[in-house]
Design a protein around this ligand. Sequence first.
Ligand SMILES: NC(=O)c1ccc[n+]([C@@H]2O[C@H](COP(=O)([O-])OP(=O)(O)OC[C@H]3O[C@@H](n4cnc5c(N)ncnc54)[C@H](OP(=O)(O)O)[C@@H]3O)[C@@H](O)[C@H]2O)c1
Length: 271
Amino acid sequence: MLGQDLALHLAARHEALPLGRSDADITDSRAVAQAIASRSPDVVIHAAAFTAVDDCEQKPELALQVNGGGTRNVALACGQIGARMVYISTDYVFDGQKDSPYVETDDPSPINTYGKSKLQGENYLRVLQDSWIVRVSWLFGPLGKNFVRTILGRAREGQNLRIVDDQVGAPTYTVDAAEKIEQIVESGAPGIYHVTNQGYCSWFAFAAEILAQAGLGGAPLSPISSLALGRPAARPTNSRLANARLAASAMGLLPPWQDALRRYLLREPPA
Ligand SMILES: NC(=O)c1ccc[n+]([C@@H]2O[C@H](COP(=O)([O-])OP(=O)(O)OC[C@H]3O[C@@H](n4cnc5c(N)ncnc54)[C@H](OP(=O)(O)O)[C@@H]3O)[C@@H](O)[C@H]2O)c1
């Protein structure tokens, strides 16, 4: 989802060379090294991951192999040719216990396997000078399975929607994130960045806004607790990422998430 939007966005002003699983499985160190070396990039943006959070909980070895080991392979391949690397990471590296939004300098402490595997990926970037870690959250975009599409699909089928209201974060549009990631790379200043649309909400409030903007405000929607939903993987209750580095830079912040949702729905009108 994010990788394809990055490739589309970057192609306007850069030579963008998208790589997918068929070009290289990131768990195959030789294939990754060959795929990267043969293209001689200046910068590699690594957005591939095993992203199904509950599946990661059921398959912890695979999660660590893909999100940890796969990232190590990309980092080593970048190191071999002197390419700079951007690693896309997640709000789920935090435990959610902080009572305010997480800043880039906060210590990660993941509470599920996905978060642990993504943090392992972050740690592998230490072998690289001048690299970037970009943490995003609650992504939605035109080129992937996402929460907006799921909510609209279920509402149109007449399902009763029960959505968790005790996890809070920032829905983030892949198109806005791709634009900001380009700016971060062009700024040249390495390190950790939090990149999310502005404002925070619960999944329940996000669903309510999706239905309202799509003209489906009458659809049956009710809040449920994470405990009652009983998903295999625990989620942080506080997934809020403060975009402190962006705020302190000339790059500025992303637009509010409600505005991003409006633009997404205009591009992909609800049927
Ligand atoms: N989605 C979110 O809400 C969210 C939130 C925070 C952070 N992130 C992070 O943002 C990044 C992008 O997320 P996304 O939602 O755009 O991901 P996505 O749509 O699930 O795409 C992940 C991509 O990684 C590929 N992939 C998986 N295993 C691979 C392997 N072993 N070798 C090569 N490619 C492999 C997948 O290929 P296949 O389709 O062939 O499996 C897919 O193309 C990820 O790093 C994710 O951890 C996402």
